[in-house]
Design a binder for this molecule. Structure first.
Ligand code: PMP
Ligand code: GLU
Length: 397
């Protein structure tokens, strides 16, 4: 009998972040106490004024299909935001609203990548990038970066990894999973190679509002002239406004790319949820105090995690400029025994930590960086205090 499954789907790995979160939930449901640092999902409720806008949208009949690529009002709000914050000019023809930034990425790869074309992805990278590239028939070219360099790709590395088949570079700053950020100068150096090699860039800017201390967020197309016509910007409301469940993200791309993305979406999913689109509109247009309040809380947690990682023997992590992840180097604790059990890999370490101490983190190898574990601090301070006390116990034992 012929296989039921296509080759592309057989090669697809499930999302490790979502799998780890599901495992933590399963243990909780079975009655275990679990401190879940697995998922990058703000623990705050979606702000009230956004929920009220969704109710108002439902009650006023905004419950039908919209234009497949999203309502013009939301696109206008996205355009205005990029104009005000970054001085970039876009029009309605550049914006496509999708079912979350993940869906936006899937659409971009489908529209840009031909079979066998290469996409350069600096590692550590967010789990879905490589899988979505493969799903579109592309080849992810994973380029490892170093902790000493705060996990940033250098211009020399980019140049060395370009081949005739290289189509684009994928950037995520601030980064999931490391929290590290590129400066304007560093982006400029990468941009010079991008222009020289005639590459596309996908710039995932979903954490642009979660920035700590003196760090400054720089949107990629602003660093050199001529980048807007070769860059697809990805952003959304999930992280900034604690709206992960509403599923709204967007792409800002050159008009020929966004036109094809809109056609693809019109065949695949039609519009993203009409009610969520009105909620996202309220998020962008309403007071941004809720963002500042959540950021202040994240900043306290980030400082706490940085301090605890430094205190616990054998652990270290890069400087967390933004996002809400600590990417912890656990390599000093690998190749050792915990009880009778040999802890050889980061996966062993994470699974044993979950099993023995009830702390859930995601293994670095899922992000292309063995020897690390990612802790999301999008959870309460109380959970973090307890979790780090248990991690300290675990490594001491
Ligand atoms: N990009 C990055 C870097 C992320 O961490 C996430 C988190 N899920 C996404 C994209 C997708 O976000 P969403 O689909 O919830 O909008
Ligand atoms: N981006 C989040 C994370 O990395 C959510 C999970 C996912 O979409 O994979 O944990």
């Amino acid at each position: 009998m012929k296989s039921n499954l296509s080759r592309r789907i057989q090669a697809l790995e499930p999302s490790a972040t979502l799998a780890m979160a599901a495992k933590a939930k399963e243990l909780k449901a079975a009655g275990r106490t679990v401190y879940d640092l697995s998922l990058g999902e703000p623990d705050f409720c979606t702000p009230q004024h956004i929920c009220e806008a969704a109710v108002a949208a439902m009650q006023s009949g905004q419950t039908h299909y919209t234009v497949a690529s999203g309502i013009p009002a939301l696109k206008e709000a996205v355009i205005q935001q990029y104009k005000e914050r970054h001085g970039l000019d876009y029009s309605l023809a550049n914006v496509v609203v999708s079912n979350g930034a993940k869906h936006a990425l899937h659409n971009i790869f489908t529209v840009l990548i031909d079979e066998g074309e290469e996409v350069i992805i600096p590692a550590p990278y967010w789990v879905s990038y490589a899988e979505l590239v493969k799903l579109a028939g592309g080849v992810p070219v994973i380029v490892s970066t170093r902790q000493e360099n705060n996990f940033k790709l250098t211009a020399a590395q980019l140049r060395e990894n370009c081949t005739e088949k290289t189509k684009c570079l994928l950037l995520c700053s601030p980064s999931n999973p490391t929290g590290s950020m590129y400066s304007g100068d560093e982006l400029g150096e990468l941009a010079d190679v991008v222009l020289e090699k005639d590459l596309w860039v996908i710039s995932d800017e979903i954490y642009e509002n979660l920035i700590y201390g003196d760090n400054v967020f720089v949107s990629f197309p602003t660093v050199r002239p001529g980048l807007q016509e070769r860059t697809c910007l990805v952003n959304g409301v999930s992280k900034t406004y604690a709206m992960t469940g509403w599923r709204i993200g967007w792409t800002i791309a050159p008009a020929d790319v966004s036109k094809k993305m809109a056609s693809l979406q019109s065949q695949e999913t039609s519009n993203p949820c009409s009610i969520s689109q009105y909620a996202a509109l309220a998020a962008l247009q309403g007071s941004q105090q809720c963002v500042a309040d959540m950021l202040a809380e994240f900043a306290k947690r980030r400082d706490f995690c940085a301090r605890r990682i430094e205190e616990i023997q054998g652990l270290s992590c890069p400087v967390m400029g933004g996002a809400f992840y600590a990417f912890i180097n656990i390599s000093a604790h690998l190749g050792r025994k915990y009880g009778d059990k040999m802890i050889a890999t980061d996966t062993d370490w994470c699974l044993e930590l979950l099993e023995k101490k009830g702390v859930a983190m995601v293994m670095g190898s899922a992000f292309g960086a063995p020897g690390y574990a990612r802790a999301s601090f999008a959870t309460s301070m109380e959970n973090l205090e307890k979790a780090f006390a248990l991690i300290e116990e675990f490594v001491a034992e």
